[in-house]
Write a protein that binds this ligand. Structure first.
Ligand code: 1HN
Length: 356
């Protein structure tokens, strides 16, 4: 016998009493919309960097303000660059200071246009900002940026803002002065993680990497060696190396995200795969295209594109020159929560039938 009565009235009454009927929202879990692939092009970003340089005076804004522009994902339901990360392009002019603060966000800088005399200061050490350098500001570290050079310095910021906002745990604190005292010599943090270390340094379980600088000339040289000597090759990402946490000797750099340096060789087409993590790919050099789901993204040096979760993707470099990517992935979040999956043509995704 079928049930009789006014279901709509019951639904309404439930809601008035802060109750929600499952039978009315059963679709909701899958109803958030899909993130679409997207490219931010360097040609217009470069113009806006120039305009912001001319118009924005950091001293006229409250302490902690940065001349930074966020790459906001146009897909509905994404608040930020991805569901976990915010990416920004930031510049600092000669004689300018982006003042000291700290936060519980993980943050890194990847330098696009470095300048002699530009530094990021992290927990008392000034790290030079040369083109291609990766500099880490781990959660909780005081940091400021200063440019003592003659040219502007431009970099990309990556922070786990979408995640910390979703968890409602973002926390900021300005330092009492414009600059945090830089009382440590250049190279201090990197030296502490060299081949010889203090006897009592047991940092293998350290929460994130220390403040650290991965100098471009070393990173790029290692990538080229990996290619020449044949030890960095992957099926889906060309020649691909992960930046490691020097305290543990493995990735990720940050608790919530990780970085890779990739080379798609001249003429190369990678295999296609998909995964639950999102990748934000910055094209350091070269040009080509990436098939993502139904779309083809065309990219060239300076562009940044997003590979959304769950979409099959493959990179193609049809040119005679190498293409280099600086790639950021939120895979560590899924790994730590035991939620990571990847699907390849040979290995179908297993997460739904673990118990069969
Ligand atoms: C931040 O600390 C910086 O220190 C840049 O340069 C962008 C965006 C949101 C929150 C903190 C920086 C930021 C940020």
């Amino acid at each position: 016998m079928s049930k009789q009565g006014d279901i709509a009235a019951l639904n309404e009454e439930l809601r008035e009493n802060d109750l929600v009927p499952n039978w009315d929202i059963i679709d909701r879990l899958e109803d958030r919309g899909e993130m679409a692939p997207h490219v931010w092009k360097w040609d217009y970003i470069a113009e806006y960097v120039e305009k912001a340089n001319q118009l924005i005076d950091l001293d006229e804004h409250q302490q902690g303000t940065r001349r930074a522009m966020y790459l906001i994902n146009p897909s509905e339901g994404v608040d930020g660059t991805s569901h976990t990360l915010w990416t920004a392009i930031q510049s600092v002019l000669p004689n300018e200071v982006a003042k000291a603060h700290r936060h519980n966000l993980s943050a890194i800088r990847f330098v696009l246009d470095g300048t002699e005399g530009a530094v990021t200061s992290v927990n008392g050490e000034e790290f030079p900002m040369r083109t291609g350098d990766l500099i880490l500001t781990p959660p909780g570290s005081y940091h400021d940026h200063i440019n003592r050079g003659d040219e502007h310095v431009v970099w990309m910021d990556f922070l786990d803002i979408s995640l910390t906002e979703a968890l409602n745990i973002s926390h900021f604190q300005n330092y009492e002065n414009e600059r945090h005292p830089a009382d440590k010599p250049e190279g201090y943090h990197n030296s502490r993680f060299d081949d010889l270390r203090p006897m009592d340094q047991h940092w293998s379980e350290y929460r994130s990497s220390p403040p650290y600088r991965y100098a471009w000339e070393d990173s790029y040289e290692t990538l080229q060696k990996a290619d020449e000597q044949g030890w960095g090759e992957t099926t889906f990402d060309g020649v691909c190396l992960e930046y490691v946490n020097p305290a543990t000797g493995k990735g990720p750099t940050m608790p919530t995200f990780t970085h890779r340096l990739q080379k798609i060789r001249a003429g190369e087409t990678t295999g296609s795969h998909r995964h639950i993590s999102t990748e934000i790919v910055h094209v350091v050099d070269g040009s080509g295209r990436t098939e993502v789901g139904e779309e083809t993204l065309e990219w060239e040096a300076g562009d940044t594109f997003i590979v959304p979760p769950g979409l099959w993707h493959a990179h193609q470099n049809p040119t005679d020159d190498e293409a280099i990517f600086f790639t950021t992935s939120d895979e560590p979040i899924f790994e730590r929560l035991n939620l990571f999956w990847e699907e390849t043509p040979e290995e179908p995704e297993q997460s739904f039938d673990t118990y069969e």
